[in-house]
Design a protein around this ligand. Structure first.
Ligand SMILES: [Ca+2]
Ligand SMILES: [Ca+2]
Ligand SMILES: [Zn+2]
Length: 345
């Protein structure tokens, strides 16, 4: 498939904010009451409504940690393994919080600490933390992944993933092989992974059959949300970013001619993005208002991302950044990732 087709396909996919298609009901669920598709938060607002969405409204009203990850937004994703004991902790002076899980079992250890035994069946399960006093709940769409060890000869469920390189010495946990893979059952998977992004935006373009399998890291989502916030502050309307390339399987990465063995795209913390709202035509908008779309618009987006990395905000993980001009295959875009240290090219 050509890059042009990929861009068109991804913009079409982003245009269809369809509700999530029902997944098979988990048979082993112990405490679920609502059906999955009713309670896993999906994108229901229109792009127009989101374009003006005040980011303060999306921020979590209390400090919540699920597993090792801080949950800074009212809707966020977490990625866990089957049957894993996941700590759920609220840091707050108030002690009145309730935790409800759609599946698996929750145990209360103290007024601020719970542990969630995740279900054994891969899928997306809502975990909701609600303050007893009036206040906004936080919904974590928790994805139970398929463990990495289930991969056989580079394939999982008939889907080709390929080989991950042996972890780099001294490179840190960011270069470890993934713990598991998120199962994606439909192109239109609109399960929200953060206030302005949904799972389907990051799926690898490889093949058309489902299920597909992918990796996604909360650090990327937080960084994209913060960049989108910067974009809004600079007067640009954008309901989300167009993700031209999110997750890439090692097999796909090789096939498209990328020779980088350790590309962040295969670790789920990189995205090639552009703003495409006015007009929504599959290419970057005129961000610098000079009447045309070219590399300078990608440079503008990159400069905003650069400022974000420089601010050294503890929420935002440093990473790679680069801008690209148009070719016959694609329009201008920016690569951004959250590898843990700054990289420029
Ligand atoms: Ca456009
Ligand atoms: Ca321009
Ligand atoms: Zn990239």
């Amino acid at each position: 498939m050509s890059w042009t087709l990929l861009v068109i396909a991804s913009s079409l996919a982003a245009a269809s904010f369809a509700p999530a298609v029902a997944r098979p009901s988990p048979a082993g669920a112990t405490s679920g009451t609502a059906r999955l598709t009713d309670s896993v938060e999906t994108v229901r607002r229109t792009p127009q409504a989101l374009a003006h969405g005040a980011s303060a409204d999306d921020r979590a009203a209390f400090t919540l940690t699920v597993g090792d990850e801080l949950v800074p937004y009212r809707v966020m994703a977490a990625f866990v393994l089957p049957g894993e004991d996941v700590p759920v902790e609220v840091a707050s002076a108030d002690s009145g919080f309730d935790v409800h899980v759609e599946s698996g079992t929750i145990r209360k250890l103290s007024s601020h600490l719970w542990t969630w035994r995740s279900p054994s069946i891969p899928g997306a399960y809502a975990l909701r933390v609600t303050p007893r006093d009036p206040g906004e709940a936080i919904t974590v769409n928790a994805f139970v992944m398929v463990p990495y060890s289930r991969m056989r000869r580079g394939c999982l469920g008939g889907y080709r993933i390929g080989r991950y390189p042996a972890p780099r010495a001294h490179a840190g946990a960011n270069y470890d092989r993934p713990r598991g893979f998120i199962e994606v059952t439909t192109l239109d998977d609109s399960t929200r992974v953060s206030p302005h992004f949904r799972l389907g935006q990051f799926v690898c373009k490889q093949g058309r059959r489902y299920p597909k399998y992918m990796v996604l890291k909360p650090a990327l989502l937080v960084k994209l949300e913060r960049l989108l916030d910067t974009v809004h502050r600079n007067g640009v309307e954008a309901s989300t970013f167009q993700v031209m390339s999110g997750y890439r399987t090692p097999a796909y990465n090789r096939r498209i001619g990328n020779v980088t063995t350790f590309t962040r795209h295969q670790y789920g913390d990189a995205a090639d993005i552009f703003v495409d709202e006015h007009p929504a035509d599959g290419v970057m908008d005129d961000l610098n208002h000079d009447g045309c779309t070219d590399r300078r618009d990608a440079e503008r987006l990159r400069a905003w991302a650069e400022a974000l990395d420089r601010a050294r905000d503890s929420d935002v993980r440093a990473g790679g950044l680069s801008d690209y001009g148009s070719t016959e295959a694609h329009g201008p875009f920016v690569h951004i990732d959250a590898r843990g240290y700054a990289a420029r090219w």
